[in-house]
Design a protein around this ligand. Structure first.
Ligand SMILES: NC(=O)c1ccc[n+]([C@@H]2O[C@H](COP(=O)([O-])OP(=O)(O)OC[C@H]3O[C@@H](n4cnc5c(N)ncnc54)[C@H](OP(=O)(O)O)[C@@H]3O)[C@@H](O)[C@H]2O)c1
Length: 280
């Protein structure tokens, strides 16, 4: 049993929140890596990182906004150096599938000299009920530059279970877990499953990269639009159209299914809020 805390970087975010809760439910001590924590962790301000890492046994790292941004490798390099100086024993990095920059960050962790587990994830189910695409679902149209490409979307609950296992159990050091859901789904399939579950019509509208960028610039600003358009250009070329066995290898069970997630999200009422409610 660990008597030092686990640092969860991104502890108020989609994956980190679940990982922190699961660890605490298991009786483990958790230190929140957040800009608002007692020992603040801010990717923009490395001066606080050593204090956040002090006395920690292992850390989960979810980078914000996305490992795809050009500054991510420098930030991960600096984090690894700070972690090594602090005597950290283990790093679990959340990575993105099919992304060159994310793979550069994986390499930095691999070469850190610290025990590591890499969790290389496909796109999240929860993008549609908590993340960037909730507004699209509420507005009834998921407009994406993905054509007919299929993605093996994954439930964040599975990612959290893999991360908790990697942090708390022996046998995961040095592993690269490529984690996907159990099915390849086009965005038309996603829209259909959400429609079935919530009883309100949600459609997929394939758009060009330029149309996507213009719409996103208005909604979320040019920086987010640049980042997400570049990411879509990179990954929506069919490279991720395959299932991987990371959940099965790490946990000895199959990953969760999208329709089960849809039923649960619909039952929570999140997809029947007025469209304006999504930014609240
Ligand atoms: N979305 C997907 O489909 C997908 C797929 C594969 C991989 N990923 C990876 O997932 C990672 C994001 O993980 P996530 O979705 O769990 O996180 P998230 O929900 O996007 O956000 C995590 C947290 O980041 C914090 N944050 C914002 N600005 C920050 C800053 N300057 N410094 C430190 N923290 C900051 C916020 O916490 P505070 O306000 O408390 O500081 C926020 O709660 C990305 O690196 C991405 O590459 C995403």
């Amino acid at each position: 049993m660990h008597n030092a805390p686990f640092l969860i970087i991104g502890a108020t975010g989609k994956t980190g929140r679940r990982i922190a809760q699961k660890l605490q439910a298991g009786g483990y001590m958790v230190r929140h890596g957040s800009r608002h924590a007692e020992r603040p962790f801010d990717w923009e301000d490395p001066s606080g990182w050593a204090a956040a890492l002090e006395g920690v046994s292992a850390a989960y790292v979810s980078y914000f906004p996305d490992l795809a941004v050009p500054q991510a490798p420098a930030a991960i390099t600096r984090l690894v150096e700070t972690a090594r100086a602090a005597g950290l024993k283990k790093l679990v990095l959340l990575s993105g599938r099919g992304e060159a920059n994310a793979e550069r960050c994986e390499e930095i962790v691999r070469e850190s000299g610290i025990d590591f587990t890499l969790v290389r994830a496909s796109w999240f189910f929860q993008n549609f009920d908590e993340g960037q695409l909730l507004g699209s679902v509420l507005g009834g149209t998921i407009a994406m530059p993905a054509g007919e490409v299929r993605e093996p979307f994954i439930d964040i609950e599975d990612i959290a279970d893999v991360a908790v296992a990697a942090l708390t159990e022996d046998g995961h050091a040095g592993e690269l877990y490529e984690v996907t859901g159990p099915q390849l789904l086009s965005l038309a399939d996603v829209a259909e499953a959400i429609t079935q579950a919530c009883g309100r019509t949600v459609e997929y509208l394939p758009v060009t990269f330029e149309q996507f960028h213009a719409a996103l610039s208005e909604q979320a600003g040019p920086e987010m639009a640049d980042m997400l358009t570049a990411l879509c250009r990179e990954v929506f070329d069919g490279r991720n159209e395959s299932l991987a066995d990371g959940v099965q290898r790490a946990l000895g069970r199959a990953p969760r299914d999208f329709s089960a997630f849809c039923r649960q999200a619909a039952a929570s009422g999140v997809w029947n809020l007025p469209a304006e409610a999504q930014s609240a």
